[in-house]
Ligand binder design. Structure first.
Ligand code: SAM
Length: 261
């Protein structure tokens, strides 16, 4: 699929199943080319790896593999990793990236989070859902269903890590409605084009002047935490950004680390 299709009324597209039509090949390829993995490694540092190692994690299920950045990193760090995603195009790209970056053969499985254990088997010490992916679920029912599947596939003392954009700041007007996030210097930008309590529509602009959109559900930080607690997680720690954030400054991202025991 080469073109994104949002129809006549893009603001009405508030549908969990639409994610596959949003990650079209051109968008994915460009993103991967420009947001080079070395820089991403540098900005994340060892945050996730340390969190997992501190807990003695051995096997990990990456449920939002995308183009494979975290899966490859995990394999390199010696974790026994399974890479799932609902999009076959993404998994194909992830598999190719695994080979290109270190000759790794990723174990990829196509699976939608809402019916995860139809296709993914076994239990895991950790599940990761990173890169602002959980935001693609548009109904509370879908979010609860996905979290319940994640919970069920974790071992009794397993850990779930979900990150998300700081939508509170956007919804509460702290960034204004036109805050631009730059990636790779100023080469790639992401700007909220429209925000209400049920939709955050972002436009992504690339140096060749191409533009792509994503329609996402603006998760409030405490709402995500509440859902995780209600599904059964006992302890939830939320961090701002990967590194320390300066006091008084709003982080761009939150990372929730939820423990089952
Ligand atoms: N984690 C990767 C990263 O950080 O580069 C990819 C993030 S990408 C923003 C979100 C991914 O979530 C996409 O690959 C998409 O196909 C996947 N996704 C979205 N909704 C999903 C669902 N309901 N079930 C399975 N995968 C889903």
């Amino acid at each position: 699929m080469d073109q994104q299709r949002f129809g006549d009324d893009p603001l009405a597209v508030r549908d969990t199943d639409h994610y596959k039509a949003e990650y079209v090949t051109g968008f994915v390829e460009k993103w991967d080319e420009l947001i080079d993995w070395k820089r991403r490694y540098a900005s994340e540092g060892r945050f996730f790896i340390d969190q997992l190692k501190e807990r003695g994690v051995r096997n990990v299920l990456d449920v939002a593999t995308g183009t494979g950045f975290h899966s490859v990193r995990l394999v390199e760090e010696g974790f026994d990793t399974v890479s799932a995603d609902g999009s076959p195009e993404m998994l194909a790209k992830a598999f190719a990236n695994g080979l290109d970056f270190g000759g790794h053969i990723l174990r990829v499985v196509q699976a939608d989070w809402r019916w995860l254990n139809r296709s993914v088997h076994g239990t895991y010490d950790a599940i990761i859902c990173l890169g602002n992916s959980f935001t693609h679920l548009f109904s509370e029912r879908d979010r609860r269903k996905a979290l319940a599947e994640f919970y069920a596939m974790l071992k009794h003392d397993g850990v779930l890590i979900i990150d998300q954009r700081n939508y509170d700041a956007l919804l509460d007007g702290k960034y204004g409605n036109k805050h631009t996030y730059y990636y790779c210097g100023e080469e790639v930008s992401a700007e909220p084009e429209y925000v209400d309590e049920g939709l955050a529509r972002f436009v992504y602009r690339f140096p060749d002047r191409s533009e792509y959109h994503l329609n996402m559900f603006p998760l409030r930080k405490n709402y995500t935490r509440r859902l995780m607690r209600e599904v059964g997680f006992q302890r939830i720690d939320t961090y701002g950004d990967f590194q320390e954030t300066h006091q008084g400054e709003d982080p761009d991202f939150f990372i929730h680390i939820a423990e089952k025991a």
